[in-house]
Design a protein around this ligand. Structure first.
Ligand code: ZN
Length: 351
């Protein structure tokens, strides 16, 4: 036994003591408990933070994927306490050395963005024809952590991926045991993503609120990436009025109410930043709170609920030793989230 941590565990709000055995948490100290060094003594303990929508590996849109940039950005996440990420689309498949490096956050990847003609930045994702979509979706999910990412729509006046095709791709990936994240930002694209049974709506701008109950029933998660939109709001308002600008602002203005309604209907709402620099998921938690999520649910969206959604347990006996400690309760003041007093990843002290 190397380390001992003690604190009030969220979401249970119980004081617990864990011993860290290799990369696992243990509630039973075993015979050599006395040898453990106490590294957290009081305060609040959360499962490692999670960003479910981040694209490490490039510093900006449409520049080539770079392994050193990937490492640097994963470390930015880690040093902010973000110990698990899902990367819904990349300019290249996430290389195998990431999983093998005990100093890097856990990554759930989705292969390359699947971009049919006219949708997405040319050459940045995997450019395919519509006829190739089903096969490519199966390939990317099989070559990654089980996810793939389909760019379901793009230009605000352009048609989305036809629903029959989107559904065929989602059904094929599901039949193969995988999951599908769908980029959608138009009313038609968001509708298609829900009706086709996507596992997650990424952005979900212009989502018809009438579809929220169906999302809840079928288990479609909602990743609204509010902070990246909020960062663009000022520039959008300063632009000359145009149909595109008005479309964007209308979608952004409707997003908070949809986020709140989705949460209240039982949809899993999760925190994703979709922006650089990496390691800013605390900002997205603040956005979810401003949309009307209770603070505890907003924190859960970037911690235990997101971990569970990605198949990892919270702070329990035998769980991976990924945790962040805080001096104060982050559900009372989410600004606390950005200031962990201790970060432990895969049983190792990071900070
Ligand atoms: Zn994105």
């Amino acid at each position: 036994m190397s380390f001992k941590v003690r604190g009030i565990v969220l979401p249970e709000r119980e004081e617990r003591t864990f011993w860290i055995d290799g990369d696992r948490l243990r509630t039973d100290p075993g015979p050599d408990a006395g040898a453990a060094e106490t590294v957290v003594d009081g305060g609040w303990l959360l499962p490692g933070l999670v960003d479910v929508h981040t694209h490490p590996g490039t510093e900006a849109v449409a520049v080539p994927f770079d392994d050193e940039v990937l490492r640097k950005q994963l470390l930015e996440h880690r040093d902010a306490g973000v110990l698990l990420i899902r990367t819904p689309g990349s300019a290249a498949r996430i290389p195998g050395w990431v999983d093998e490096d005990a100093t890097l956050p856990r990554v759930r990847s989705a292969g390359q963005w699947l971009a049919t003609p006219g949708r997405f930045f040319p050459g940045y994702g995997r450019d395919i024809t519509e006829a190739e979509l089903v096969q490519a979706a199966v390939e990317e999910s099989a070559a990654s952590s089980g996810w793939c990412k389909i760019i379901g729509d793009w230009g605000f006046e352009d048609p989305p991926v036809p629903i029959y095709l989107l559904k065929a791709a989602i059904d094929a990936v599901h039949a193969n045991g995988g999951k599908v994240a769908v980029h959608c930002q138009t009313a038609d694209g968001s509708r298609n993503a829900v009706l086709a049974g996507a596992d997650s709506l990424e952005h979900g701008m212009h989502l018809d609120p009438g579809l929220i109950d169906q999302m809840a029933r079928q288990g479609t998660a909602f990743v609204p990436t509010m902070s990246v939109f909020a960062a663009h709001e000022k520039a959008a308002r300063e632009r000359e009025p145009s149909p595109r600008r008005d479309w964007w602002l209308t979608g952004w203005e409707a997003l908070p109410a949809n986020v709140r309604a989705a949460h209240e209907a039982g949809v899993t709402v999760l925190a994703g930043t979709d922006s650089w620099p990496c390691g800013t998921v605390a900002t997205e938690v603040g956005q979810l709170i401003s949309a009307g999520l209770p603070a505890e649910d907003a924190v859960a969206a970037a911690s235990w609920r997101a971990r569970e959604w990605l198949g990892l347990p919270a702070l329990t006996d035998g769980a991976p030793a990924d945790l962040v400690a805080y001096a104060d309760d982050p559900t009372l003041d989410p600004a606390v989230l950005a200031h962990p007093t201790r970060i432990i990843l895969k049983g190792r002290i990071v900070a």
